[in-house]
Design a protein around this ligand. Structure first.
Ligand code: ZN
Length: 77
């Protein structure tokens, strides 16, 4: 049986990933600028629908930081 569940997944490229922190504290993440933008749009649609129109791609990219993918330092333990 064909089960193409992995179709829509962003392949983890060996490069920088992009993250952006929402004002609510959520961290959005994407494998590319477009992927991050999509993640932000999804988050906004679910949690801040009133902001959907206000957050264009340029705004998202201003919020974005790239992470090298080495260590995601957790909250200590
Ligand atoms: Zn949020």
């Amino acid at each position: 049986m064909l089960d193409e569940t992995h179709m829509g997944q962003a392949a983890s490229v060996n490069g920088n990933r992009r993250i952006a922190r929402c004002e609510c504290g959520a961290t959005l993440e994407g494998g590319s600028e477009a992927g991050l933008y999509e993640a932000v749009q999804l988050h906004l649609a679910q949690h801040h629908p009133q902001l959907l129109g206000a957050m264009g791609l340029d705004v998202v990219l201003q919020m974005a930081e790239d992470i090298g993918g080495t260590d995601a330092s957790g909250s200590g333990h």
